[in-house]
Design a binder for this molecule. Structure first.
Ligand SMILES: NC(=O)c1ccc[n+]([C@@H]2O[C@H](COP(=O)([O-])OP(=O)(O)OC[C@H]3O[C@@H](n4cnc5c(N)ncnc54)[C@H](OP(=O)(O)O)[C@@H]3O)[C@@H](O)[C@H]2O)c1
Length: 324
């Protein structure tokens, strides 16, 4: 495993980490979750990502039970949660968003479900137009001072709102956001590469990037249709299927065109796609998702492909994904 600093903070995260979205508590029960977390930890993965909204808190419960059962030393891994969407269907106004009330209560609930005393990373899962940014920054600062959160950050906030959070923190001597959690993959690059570019230099922010395979698209598994046991075939995720596959054939054409490069490298397309994310020095960790052991095994092998991705290959890849 390789380790990277989370921006300019002192925290070193494994270059590949592992998250629970869609899978834990839905496709993956406690037994499989145990196998996946054990494999990841054994290979040096030290960051496990979660959120209050993942299967309405069940993903956190599954992860918490399994981490307790595996008895990993608490100082050998980092665990996160995210607040915003709530942990129930149809949340009441006090059960969602980034008000001081919900941020504090959601943190308490995440600690209980994950069975830990503190969250290493805690994210504001989206911007909340109904809460002043200052209120959220102050709530996060309180959690850090209480020792319930070590590093706080944002997820998919516009750069402008992150600048504002930093301004408020600086002027009031409050803990500022340390990291962003944006989507980043070969087919989704603009925010990480352009919009956020000024943030890295100005504040030393790191990124924990999500959906490196675009929900599996960049493994090539959807090239010939939607396999029945795949994420995009899940009945509750029709919206995701539409968002990943509903944009015509252009994305699938690019995925198919990348396959020969993976073949040349002697790796899988998933490994190529994950390794490519790590070429970006502002990516602190690539958060993997997996519904079964073979996927996680394969995806962790991206680190073997990474040294083979030289400038010429990177340019060939860019030409394919940037083609109209
Ligand atoms: N902050 C946010 O808003 C946000 C949003 C999304 C995710 N996240 C975090 O980021 C983590 C990773 O995102 P993600 O799960 O979307 O990552 P991803 O790598 O884009 O997709 C993972 C899914 O792709 C399929 N897959 C993975 N490896 C494969 C392989 N080698 N061959 C074939 N299929 C493969 C599996 O689904 P199937 O087997 O079911 O097809 C797996 O669950 C999440 O778990 C979550 O912690 C955060």
């Amino acid at each position: 495993m390789q380790y990277r600093r989370l921006g300019t903070s002192g925290l070193q995260l494994s270059a590949l980490s592992f998250g629970a979205w869609v899978t834990f508590g839905k496709q993956v029960g406690r037994g499989e979750a145990r196998e996946l977390l054990a494999l990841a930890h054994d290979r040096g993965v030290n960051f496990f990502d979660n959120a209050e909204t993942y299967n309405n808190g069940v993903a956190e419960q599954v992860m918490g039970d399994v981490l307790a059962d595996l008895r990993f030393p608490r100082d050998s891994y980092c665990v996160s949660s995210k607040v915003f969407f709530g942990a129930v269907d149809k949340p009441l106004p006090t059960q969602r968003g980034l008000s001081r009330k919900h941020v504090m209560e959601a943190c308490t609930q995440a600690l209980q479900r994950l069975r830990v005393d503190y969250l290493d990373l805690y994210f504001c899962h989206r911007p909340d137009p109904d809460t002043p940014i200052a209120e959220t920054v102050m709530a996060m600062d309180t959690l850090v001072r209480q020792g319930k959160v070590l590093y706080w950050g944002t997820s998919e906030w516009p750069a402008e709102a992150i600048h504002e959070a930093h301004r408020i923190a600086r002027e009031n001597h409050l803990y500022a956001p340390v990291m962003e959690q944006p989507q980043y993959n070969l087919l989704h690059r603009e925010r990480v590469e352009e919009e956020y570019a000024p943030l890295y230099a100005a504040y030393g922010m790191g990124t924990t990037i999500w959906s490196p395979l675009g929900s599996g698209l960049l493994s090539g598994k959807y090239n010939d249709g939607v396999p029945v046991d795949s994420r995009l075939a899940q009945p509750d995720y029709a919206w995701l299927r539409e968002s990943v596959l509903g944009k015509g054939d252009e994305r699938l054409r690019k995925v198919r065109a990348l396959q020969p490069i993976a073949d040349e490298l002697g790796g899988s397309l998933a490994q190529l796609s994950i390794a490519w994310c790590l070429l970006n020095p502002h990516v602190s960790t690539v958060m993997l998702g997996a519904s079964r052991r073979e996927q996680l095994e394969q995806n962790l092998g991206a680190l073997e492909v990474l040294p083979k991705l030289d400038a010429t290959l990177a340019q060939r890849i860019r030409t394919i994904v940037e083609a109209a």
